[in-house]
Structure formats: C-alpha cells, structure tokens
Design a protein around this ligand. Structure first.
Ligand SMILES: Nc1nc2c(ncn2[C@@H]2O[C@H](COP(=O)(O)OP(=O)(O)O)[C@@H](O)[C@H]2O)c(=O)[nH]1
Ligand SMILES: [Mg+2]
Length: 226
C-alpha cells in the first residue's frame, strides 16, 4: 500500500515528563527502540532537553527527553514550557512517567503542577507511563502473589490518584524498560498518541500562549500497524 490517508506521515512529538529517576530517558529509549538514544541511570542528571527522531512502526516520531522536575520551581516550569513550544509546534503528546508504587502525594502534586503550568492541553494530551513494571511484579511475587496483574495495582490506588488518572481519561500503560522486545506496548503507546493527535486542539500549532480547550470526542480506538 502506498496511499496513506491517515496522519501517519505527520510527526508525533512525544515529550517525556516526570520526576528525576522516574524512567523518562529509558522510556524514550524503549519507544525509540535503542538503548543508546538517551543516557539513563540514577547517576545521570539530564540538565537540558534532548531530542531524538525515529520512524517506528511507520510512524514518524520525535521523542523529547526533559530534565525532570523535582523542585516545582516556577523558573524551571516556565523554561520547560517555553522549550516545548519552541521545539514542537503541534501534535504534542506528553508521556508522564511514574515509577509504579510511587504514585504518592508528591506525584499527585507534580501532576497538578503540570496542569497548572502546561495548561489544559496537558490533561487532554497525556498518557501516564507506569515504569518499573518488572520490579513491581517481582515484589508482588516475593509477597506470595504468583501472577500479579497490573489492574490490581490500579485497584489499590487511592481516591485522589484515581481522580487524577480520570483527568487523563484513564490513559495509562505499564512498562518494563529493562525488557527487550517491547514492540507490542510501544505500538499501543504510539497508537494512543496518534489517536490523541487527531483532536484538533492537539494537532494544531501551539502558539506561545495557551490554546483554548475544545470539546472533542475522547474515544481511543485501535489503529492499524502494518
Ligand atoms: N527495573 C527497571 N528499571 C528501570 C525501568 N525504567 C527505568 N529504570 C531504571 O531507573 C533508573 C532511572 O531511569 P532514567 O530513565 O535515567 O530516569 P529519568 O531520570 O527519569 O530519566 C535507571 O537506573 C534505569 O535503568 C524499568 O522499567 N525497570
Ligand atoms: Mg533522564
């Protein structure tokens, strides 16, 4: 097939957000299919944003790694926001990385912080990536749960966390970045991202100022990968 009518020939900008050590750089690598794209590790302190481009499953991606916010300083937030709007004009999807089991008060505050400084598009354009799935599985097994199910983890979240996930229409994916062969979950993340870019407020160019939110259908349908 050579004719393509979907937005697959357009670039999808995936911006990695989250706390330091939440697995942003490694999640970027998993999506890019290369462990050499972004440097990762607790000892690596990413001081500035970095961009890598790739074509994955016939989708053109730009993956933007960010330093990660811990201090919630206004200055850092404004710098990040400015960087995002300068490097990616449209089709911006945020991958909010949270280490499984670390969905605490601080993560809740972080999300509120992003909503405040990135704006309402953040809610409409975010997919939560729960990293360190492997550690959660082995911890659960060590506690006698033979076949831990990720949905059971979601069921343990408190009301506040569920309310926050609801802001993202429960768009989340668990991820084990240490595993090779993550193609299926990467496809699912790209598919979700692509569906989100079809919403007009996300697909259009982002001016320096916040876009007005628009009411759009939220349905996330599956899409075909060849
Ligand atoms: N076991 C495990 N370790 C992970 C996973 N994702 C990231 N890490 C590790 O967590 C640490 C922080 O990851 P990194 O991507 O550098 O976090 P960042 O600061 O948010 O960019 C590194 O040691 C990674 O190897 C995962 O899914 N499973
Ligand atoms: Mg990093």
């Amino acid at each position: 097939m050579t004719t393509e009518t979907s937005s697959s020939d357009q670039i999808i900008n995936l911006v990695l957000l989250g706390r330091k050590g939440s697995g942003k750089s490694r999640t970027g690598n998993t999506i890019l299919g290369s462990n050499e794209a972004f440097k990762f590790g607790y000892q690596i302190e990413t001081k500035s944003c970095a961009i890598e481009r790739a074509s994955r499953f016939e989708r053109n991606l730009r993956v933007i790694d960010t330093p990660g916010i811990d201090t919630f300083s206004l200055e850092e937030s404004v710098k990040l926001r400015k960087y995002i709007s300068q490097t990616a004009r449209k089709n911006i999807i945020y991958l909010l990385c949270i280490k499984i089991g670390r969905f605490t008060e601080e993560e809740n505050n972080l999300i509120k912080h992003y909503i405040r400084y990135i704006g309402q598009d953040f809610e409409k354009a975010t997919i939560v990536i729960f990293t360190h799935l492997d550690e959660w599985i082995s911890d659960s097994q060590d506690q006698g749960i033979l076949e831990p199910k990720f949905e059971d983890f979601i069921a343990t979240l408190d009301k506040n966390s569920i309310q926050l996930l609801n802001k993202f229409d429960m768009r989340y994916k668990p991820l084990n970045n240490r595993k090779s062969g993550n193609d299926e979950v990467v496809k699912q993340i790209i598919c979700m991202a692509e569906q989100l870019t079809r919403q007009s407020s996300i697909s259009r160019a982002v001016p320096q100022l916040q876009c007005e939110p628009e009411v759009e259908s939220q349905s996330i349908l599956c899409c075909n990968f060849m």
